[in-house]
Design a protein around this ligand. Sequence first.
Ligand code: TXA
Ligand code: MG
Length: 306
Amino acid sequence: MKLAADPAGIARAAEILRGGGLVALPTETVYGLAARADSAVAIAAIYRAKGRPEFNPLIVHVASLDQAEQLARFDARARDLARRFWPGPLTLVLPLRDSATIAPAVTAGLPTIALRWPAHPLMQAVLRETGAPLAAPSANRSGSVSPTAAEHVLVSFGPDAPAVLDGGTCERGLESTIVAVRDNGWQLLRPGPIPESAVAAVLGDAMAVTSGRVEAPGQLARHYSPGKPLRLDAPAAHDDEFLIGFAEVAGDCSLSDSGDLAEAAARLYACLHEAARSNRGRIAVAPIPHEGIGAAINDRLRRAAA
Ligand code: TXA
Ligand code: MG
């Protein structure tokens, strides 16, 4: 069921969430499958609906920096990042406060919590009206392509789809940049719309990562899968390939005719959804430059191809 982007739709979404239910909500990055973060029952329903491995913690969305500070300990560096990039597509991984009333499954037992104050006006309105922080992973079955339109959510979940507040197409189109602020430096856990260089401009260079352990458990090699073999850096299509074009490489659909990387990010998942639905058995993608948000686009494509 779609809920309209009007006061009645926002009120209905907030009512479902307050009652412990799930609603898919638009953000500036991708649609999120939201539930109140203080309810163990509601959070269990997210994991069940997504078919998500239990060890993979969730991002908690807040309506203000004040609300975020009730959940995590911010030092001067974390506050600088929040002031510079919030509301917006940056998620901060910070020490969890003992007093935070967050269902343990949200953080999957970690001593840290991932927080984001999103910029989308509909998401902000629902957060305010619900009055609780909302955990929200991308609103798709685990492992498949993230949704950037209400239709993508309905297709991904089929007859079991939650209510979706229809905010049209997501402006950024890629999941938020995730930064962990640690005692001895900061780490980029997931590239996204805010480039690493923009974070480094505030905090200096990221710390060298010494251990090989998985820091963001959701960053599995295979992710964002369109369910078909995918070939990268393709200047042209082979037989039976659906070609996703960019700039001068014209495809069956194009990420950006003009070679604009922000446009390409916003269109990436819609093109992958279209390629998945097509009658061709394979997918090829034109070369995408690695500068700026191109790093995040290539990260998602590598995982989709794995
Ligand atoms: O743009 C986004 O971030 C979207 C929208 C809906 O806000 N949400 C999203 O959530 O992408 P999800 O659940 O698909 O991605 C959450 C990521 C996972 O890679 C998870 O491992 C990581 O955040 N994460 C969550 N809590 C963490 C923690 N305490 N430490 C390290 N990584 C964490
Ligand atoms: Mg996801």
